[in-house]
Ligand binder design. Structure first.
Ligand code: NDP
Length: 479
């Protein structure tokens, strides 16, 4: 491979003096070579029996367990989330890999009765070929493995293009799969910028499918580009996730869960709570208490066990969050707490933003409509349940939501009417389990759901086989 002169620094967002890696950026030529290597490795991998592929993937889960603490520490240093959050992400990742390994023994089709005598049909699932996995920085272990593991189990070969901000965890994931026994060429890592190396991968005609998680602006462009040449695309994109808090809610639970959802991982989860839609009767109490909770949160380096909220991932994200806080003020929302860069000896070298709550946000304001991806909560006050539903659904995104209420009929109406792919009842908008499908609707999601019973859908083609054992020319029924 030819040498690339471009490099990027890997910087700890909690302490920018901690530059712990220099990452060489792949060229377009190297990106093409990675796709070619994956194409060459496809036939042998596809012909490896699925349970044998699954066994190798299961070994990767055991190795992740062996390296769980090291990977968690690296994740915190690279992305900034707290160690507890990193350990949680590692556990989720191990569960996903285990689940997918098990699916290798269930790549079943169905047999179907025919309307003709001495005929039947059956279906088989087959891999697609070379698949590209393009991932964001906010779950730099879990999201890659919830794409790579099902892709490999299904018999595809993979080109993995992680976010430029999290190359260290990407390298370790690939090393773990290699150590588990994935043959050369089956899983290929390209570290480089999305608009350059990433663009080359997704434009390559040998890439049959692209599984993307990231922002809407990139995802929609990528969708257009790949689908135009007939490729298959799955996009999981942004969120603006609401909690609805009714007057009969357990207010302690609603406040604590909203704080977890809004400020955990510094608001950098796709499922983060960014809107609290609260009925007037309890809005004053809710706002007072959530502001107190936000103000009490301990910010710091995620490696410190006392830290509750880590930094924004980099300078750009940090500036974006502070800009949105300015926009909230200018648009007339009431800032009730936070609203500034967090400072103090342990914070001055990192990208820390105070957990922030805006009250009296109206649905037309930008902070009610656009994804901020920081520790900022917008409170929208409403008269009643019907208005709450209208406000909660007045949004281009449809990833996750939650309701706090003890009224069963309201809860089930919420489930019926809310326009999100995932719904939580009396719990935060965040979280998910490895064996349960994950993803959004409306502007958030395009294509098959990831994880759970749907994990392999995107990574397989379905063939239908008609079997006629009459031995005679067909008569009648010629449609
Ligand atoms: P981006 O959309 O900026 O980047 C995502 C990935 O796409 C990165 O690897 C990036 O590379 C790559 N990329 C960028 N441009 C191109 C291109 N032209 N061709 C190919 N690849 C490209 O998202 P972020 O990394 O900033 O992640 C945050 C976003 O992810 C948020 O909007 C969040 O909501 C969303 N997200 C959604 C989830 C869901 O399940 N719905 C889960 C987690 C996050 P590079 O880093 O080099 O630019």
């Amino acid at each position: 491979m030819s040498e690339s002169p471009r490099t990027a620094e890997n910087i700890n967002p909690a302490n920018t003096d901690d530059v712990f890696g220099i990452v060489r950026q792949a060229t377009r030529e190297e990106a093409r070579a990675a796709v070619d290597a994956a194409a060459e490795a496809f036939r042998a991998w596809r012909n490896t029996p699925a349970p044998v592929r699954g066994k190798i993937v299961a070994r990767a889960a055991r190795l992740m367990e062996d390296h769980e603490e090291e990977l968690s520490q690296l994740l915190t240093r690279e992305e900034g989330k707290t160690l507890a959050e990193s350990r949680g992400e590692l556990q989720r990742s191990i569960n996903v890999v285990d689940f997918c390994a098990g699916e290798s023994r269930r790549m079943n089709g169905e047999t179907i009765q025919s309307e003709l005598p001495l005929n039947f049909a059956y279906t088989i699932k087959q891999p697609l070929g070379v698949v590209a996995c393009v991932t964001p920085w906010n779950f730099p272990v879990a999201i890659p493995v919830w794409k790579i593991a099902p892709a490999l189990v299904a018999g595809n070969t993979v080109v993995f293009k992680p976010a430029s901000l999290t190359p260290g965890t990407a390298v370790r994931i690939v090393e773990v799969f290699e150590e588990a026994g994935i043959p050369p060429g089956v899983l290929n890592l390209i570290l480089g910028s999305g608009s350059d190396a990433g663009d080359e991968i997704i434009g390559h005609p040998a890439v049959k499918a692209v599984s993307f998680t990231g922002s809407n602006s990139v995802g929609i462009r990528l969708y257009e580009q790949v689908s135009r040449r007939g490729g298959k695309v799955q996009c999981e994109m942004g969120g603006k996730n609401p909690v609805v808090v009714m007057e009969d809610a357990d207010i302690d639970l609603a406040v604590e869960s909203t704080a977890q959802g809004a400020f955990g991982s510094s608001g950098q989860r796709c499922t983060a709570t960014s809107r609290a839609v609260v009925v007037n009767d309890i809005a004053d109490e809710f706002v007072t208490r959530i502001a107190a909770r936000a103000g009490s949160m301990r910010l710091g380096n995620g490696a410190d066990p006392n830290t509750e909220v880590g930094p924004s991932v980099d300078k750009n994200q940090f500036k974006t969050v502070l800009q949105y806080i300015d926009i909230g003020r200018e648009d007339g929302a009431t800032l009730v707490c936070g609203g500034k860069q967090a400072t103090g000896s342990a914070l001055d070298k990192g990208y820390f933003v105070q957990p922030t709550v805006f009250d009296h946000v109206t649905p037309d304001m930008r902070i009610a409509r656009e994804e901020i991806f920081g520790p900022v909560l917008s409170v929208l006050r409403v008269k009643n349940f019907d208005e709450a539903m209208q406000v909660a659904n007045d949004c281009e995104y449809g990833l996750s939501s939650s309701i706090f209420s003890n009224d069963a009929s309201r809860i089930f109406r919420f489930v019926d009417e809310i326009e999100t792919g995932m719904i939580h009842i009396n719990s935060p908008t965040t979280g998910g389990e490895a064996h349960i499908p994950f993803g959004g609707i409306k502007g958030t999601g395009i294509g098959d759901r990831e994880q759970g019973s749907t994990a392999l859908d995107f990574y397989t083609d379905l063939k239908v086989v008609y079997v006629d054992y009459t031995g005679r020319k067909r008569e009648g029924n010629l449609y």
